[in-house]
Design a binder for this molecule. Sequence first.
Ligand code: AMP
Ligand code: MG
Length: 328
Amino acid sequence: MRKIYRKIAFCLMLALLPLFSCAPKDTYQTKYIFAMDTDVSIHISATSDVSELISECESLIYSIENKLSKTRTGSDVYRLNKGERVSCDAVTLAVLETAKKVYLLSGGAFDPTVSGLSDMWDECESANALPSAERLDGELSRVGFERVHIENGEVWLDTGTKIDLGGVGKGYAETAVAALIKENAQAYGVRGYMLDFGGMVGVFGEKAGGDDYRVGLRDPDDSGKNLGRVELSEGYVSVSGDYERYVTVDGEKYHHIIDPKTGYPANSSVRSVAVICDDGATADALSTAFFVMGYERSMEFYEAGRFEAVFFMSNGEIKTTDGAKYIK
Ligand code: AMP
Ligand code: MG
């Protein structure tokens, strides 16, 4: 399963890379790493050698991963899922805060407590059988962010509940890396950066010709093709799609974004959705939420200026918010 994820993430990265088309490639210093279960690339444009700064970015990403990983023994999330009451790191608390904000905003469509359901779908792939009604009901009864308790830096979960911050963690990490680069911008003569954490993109700075950055949005059916691009001068673009990760049961694909109400992969007539926002963690969580909610429900709380979005619908339609600079 992990290998498949890596393969998919790598293809996604290849699909995204040529899309930073305003970037004069030779002025960017680049590093590719594998972290947070995805291929990560850091591109910094600067007047001096930024290899040390890039190493610091790398360490920061790994340290965030060490707090948020569901599988890494000793991480905050690992310990919470083992039933411990944990004095969480500030990183974990900040990510949980964004998760809670988007949980409330989305009426529960974004809910990290779907973790047990995700594990169930992994087991379904191994057993090559759909979940029994009993198993599904059991897992659903442990879902709900009100089962996550946060008090004075201490966090604990109701018995049996597990969390997975995979829908928001990469966006948080990207914002933290962006902040680190900006802090050091003067010392290194940083002109701009482009960050790509497996389809979660962050950009900032000066481009050749003064144009905006262009972030390509891939065709949900063809990783080698784009259906258009969004343009922005600074900020984050998070894409959630049904093609990113999935399990196969009896020849059918079941993608990784779970509807917390049904326990099944969300089926909202959206193939993929891109959210553009000035905070990475919010963009990340919102794109996951919107994928579950579908276009109409998502638009109920659209406020110009707070975020923009582009929806690729199952029937081939493309719907965009008024402020999204989407170019076909
Ligand atoms: P993304 O690719 O950012 O949309 O996030 C998908 C990941 O978030 C999945 O791989 C799960 O780890 C987790 N996830 C799945 N469904 C949900 C949901 N409804 N709410 C929050 N996180 C979810
Ligand atoms: Mg997300």
